[in-house]
Design a protein around this ligand. Structure first.
Ligand SMILES: Cc1ncc(COP(=O)(O)O)c(C=O)c1O
Length: 477
């Protein structure tokens, strides 16, 4: 084994490399094995760990194996979305091949800002595979840190398309507007704030009984804004809302977008993988007509964060918004670099985890896992709606979110009870759910996006909610 040269010795693991790698691998293997089954409680942070987490900056380091143990203890005492009974927010799974891809990618630390050789070719292939998986005719795409960045990237391109030259001259007196449902993710508003559209010019269009955007109201808003001399920049269809998983009518919105000559963006950060499931596909009809789509591979394609993708039908739109010439960004002939199509300069090799996941498991396994999660939401909804002490929304889940609450006869404040129950469930640790307010009422809002979740885990969720939610007094009074 070659020894590190003296000048690298202080920051190289040197002869400790194999031991450090084996030690970290043992922790990973233990974690993966543990994730196969739910654990009964979440471990509390030990006083010893708390003390270590309050230590000042170390001037000298410690043994790498001991340092890895400290890190492993932190991870083990944290809320891990990889666990099969994590039903909070919109989780993920920390897919094993994705985690290995991250280790490999971070070891080589390739930057995909300009042509990075084979890594760039792989990124292109990963975009093609993702587009084929979703059934979207992408000309190109870019991997980003999350749905938030994918959405702002899309709206930046949309702004430049609606107001050519706005990247040079600013808005120059124009009043751009953006349209989305009242239940679109906040990242759309955030993008409008950042791009100079302004929050007040995001038209939050009413929703229907299925919680999908009302196209008649969309048309009316567009007419009003046009008549007032404003410039519609983008219509955003949410394909899987964060609150309940509702899918906007993409096809009808595509008709409207075509009629008014406005960019159509589909925010499928959470829900778009469901377009690959035969039973769900009709909900996504018209997807192929969108100018751009967001999908978070770190949500329902199971790979670890951060891995979102923005796919577009026309490369030139991204180039028009982002391409530039700087002395420190070499351009080979007339070819566009990745940084000519996106916001970021330091671009980690995010595509590798999606590519390695698809190469190892294949698209069919991915689709089957998404379909299983949808079935689990239906199963939870059916069980809860049939139980006298549980309540659900009237409509069956569209995708994989199935809100429920415990019914306590005589309880004077069901919202306070549900809020207290949610806190109690989180404290208990057997399952993790987060609360959500739907039409002014508080619900437990389980979301299934984990390939490790089994039907037994769904049953356990029902059991624990019934066990802890059966009492009103004591929970919030
Ligand atoms: C529909 C939708 N869009 C965008 C986002 C933001 O994604 P990220 O957290 O990856 O930035 C989310 C997050 O849950 C989402 O559900």
């Amino acid at each position: 084994m070659s020894e590190p040269t003296p000048h690298t010795a202080s920051l190289s693991l040197g002869t400790r490399r194999p031991a450090a790698l084996e030690h970290a691998a043992a922790h990973v293997l233990r974690a993966w094995t543990e994730f196969d089954q739910a654990r009964e409680t979440e471990s509390p942070i030990s006083p010893d760990l708390r003390a270590r987490l309050a230590l000042p900056l170390p001037e000298e380091g410690i043994d790498p194996l001991e340092a890895i143990d400290w890190a492993a203890e932190v991870l083990d005492t944290s809320m891990a979305q990889s666990r099969p009974r994590f039903f909070g927010f919109i989780g993920s799974s920390g897919l094993e091949m994705g985690a290995l891809a991250d280790l490999l990618a971070h070891s080589y630390d390739i930057n995909l800002a300009v042509d990075a050789g084979a890594a760039t070719a792989l990124e292109t292939q990963a975009v093609d595979w993702l587009a084929a998986f979703l059934g979207y005719p992408a000309a190109t795409g870019t991997f980003t840190s999350g749905g938030t960045v994918s959405n702002i990237t899309a709206l930046t391109a949309a702004r430049e398309a609606a107001l050519p030259g706005s990247r040079l001259r600013g808005l120059a007196g124009a009043t751009p507007t953006v349209y989305c449902s009242s239940e679109a993710h906040y990242s759309i508003v955030r993008a409008a704030e950042t791009l100079g559209v302004g929050r007040d010019f995001v038209r939050a269009i009413d929703i229907d009984a299925e919680r999908a955007l009302r196209v008649d109201h969309l048309r009316r808003a567009l007419d009003e804004d046009r008549a007032a001399g404003r410039t519609p920049v983008a219509i955003v269809a949410t394909a899987g809302t964060t609150l309940t998983g509702a899918v906007d009518p993409i096809g009808e919105m595509a008709d409207i977008a075509a009629h008014y000559g406005v960019w159509l963006h589909v925010d499928g950060a959470y829900g778009l993988p469901a377009a690959t499931v035969e039973a769900c596909r009709p909900r996504f009809a018209g997807l192929e007509r969108a100018d751009s789509v967001t999908v978070d591979c770190h949500k329902w394609m199971f790979v670890p964060k951060a891995c979102s993708a923005l796919l577009v039908r026309d490369t030139q739109h991204l180039a028009a918004a982002f391409a530039h010439d700087e002395a420190y960004v070499p351009h080979a002939e007339e070819r566009l670099n990745a940084v000519d199509l996106t916001l970021e300069y330091s671009r980690p090799f995010r595509a590798l985890k999606l590519w390695l996941a698809l190469l190892t498991h294949g698209a069919a396994a991915m689709r089957a896992a998404v379909a299983r999660n949808c079935a689990q939401a239906q199963m939870l909804h059916d069980r809860a709606s049939a139980h006298p002490l549980l309540a659900t929304l009237a409509r069956r889940p569209t995708l994989s979110i199935a809100p429920l609450r415990a019914v306590v006869p005589g309880c004077s404040d069901p919202d306070a009870h549900t809020t207290a129950l949610c806190a109690r469930l989180q404290e208990d640790g057997r399952v993790f759910v987060s609360p959500a307010t739907i039409d002014g009422a508080v619900w437990l809002r389980p979301c299934f996006t984990n390939f490790r979740t089994s039907d037994e885990d769904v049953t356990a969720l029902v059991d624990v909610v019934l066990e802890l939610g059966g009492h009103c007094a004591g929970l919030h009074e």
